[in-house]
Design a protein around this ligand. Sequence first.
Ligand code: SF4
Length: 533
Amino acid sequence: MAELARATASVPVSIASPPNTCSGNCGAACKSKQPGRAASAPDRHALSDFRELAGRMDINGPRYTSYPTADRFHGGFGEQDYRQALAECAASAGVDAGRQPPLSLYVHVPFCENICYYCGCNKIITKDHRRSARYVDYLAREMALVAQQLGARREVVQSHWGGGTPTFLDPAEMRRVMDALHQHFNLLPEGEHSIEIDPRRIGDAQMALLAELGFNRISLGVQDFDAEVQQAIHRVQSQAETRTVVDAARRLGFRSVSMDLIYGLPHQTTARFAATVEQVLAMRPDRLSVYSYAHLPHVFKPQRRIDERALPAPAEKLDILVGTIEQLTAAGYVYIGMDHFALPDDALAVAQREGRLQRNFQGYSTHAGYDQLGFGVSSIGAVAGRYVQNARTLDDYYRVLDGGVLPVMRGFAMRDEDHLRREVIGALMCNGVLDIAAVEARHRIDFAAHFAGEMVDLARLAGEGLVRCEPGRIEVTPLGRLLVRRLAMVFDGFLREDARRAADAMPAVAPAGTPSADAGTPLPAPLRYSRVV
Ligand code: SF4
């Protein structure tokens, strides 16, 4: 399940550093105010303020796995644009003389045997395993076309197979995909090579195969262990079968085990979800993602089979979230950012401490600075300042590749302004602090003048305790990290443009409380986005 496609919102919380560390709200010259690092420890005050604010701040917004967000990609970007991006990538020189920068890869496998009703991923439900054989052929063709454009056999420092269910492929098909990757790319053994796994559909032999193929990280979908919740979402998966996979991963030497949970699902309560979290903690995953279920049945058809009457009320959902934060904090997990937690010695936690964390289509990453190639139906890549997305349907994907053409459906060529805003949003979301002087120097702007409207909005959010605007820096507070998507939205130029257009279309004298472009809170809330809480 690629991060981009999840029908989920974020867990906007802040957990890091030892408990009882100052939250940074005290105003004293405490240790948490180190230059370049935001204060990140949560405390009861932040969680209590969060409860109070959540209702007012919970508007719809993007998840910012990219900026501009994928809904801004357009069909005016085509195959020739992608070829141009690949040509520039091929010509790029690394910092080491004569060594080109490594790449990151994403491989999408869209097939699943059963539907999970909450799912918002681009998948194909089928029990016909003959369908994947053809798909593997076309994946190899696409890799060959891209590699031809790149010229050299480039190093790959990070790869990820997502879906769908990548382990839908049989062992021979998995070997073929991996062989094709090795033929065209040099997958560095010291890199991160991960795959999403459905614990219901994998045995010891297949786990051993994954290790043999070079995967060193696995990501497991769990969602919830409660029997009634599992029935309601059509995903029955015992803790025992999940544990079997985790034990196999440890035995086989996988470097990291990651698990996904979702709160806000039907029949969930605070107590029931706490029991699930306890069972998960007993397996001690290195990373945990805790997503908020976003019920968007008008967008994702499978969700129409979820009984809305069984969904937890907003107050209950908030209790589940706060309870989960407290549980994970107590268990020693570090809050990485939106949705993501990690053990303190995990690479993500280390990267955050060192200010190297970035966002990419899989969420947070230690390697997001490199060009990312996407392979497979609907996959997204980011190459030489362009985003590119493949055809969404298998028919289109096959038809275009049959013509020897890269299956580009849409994309986006970033302008200087987009690079600037991406950097600002990334800094706030990943490190919780923005060094204004550094941004001004890199982008040759006067920050205050360039972002005059944004600073007005930010001042309002500062008034709510989400952010501190100090000379030369903007710092996200622990409370603000709970609602960091709301802060990122302030710097989203596309949302601001939407708001301006909406304001222009309004009557000259608008009723009290009508959203305006400069009012801070009421940016547009398109139905395509999930709630920020
Ligand atoms: S396993 Fe379930 S949640 Fe994952 S992609 Fe398939 S249908 Fe969606």
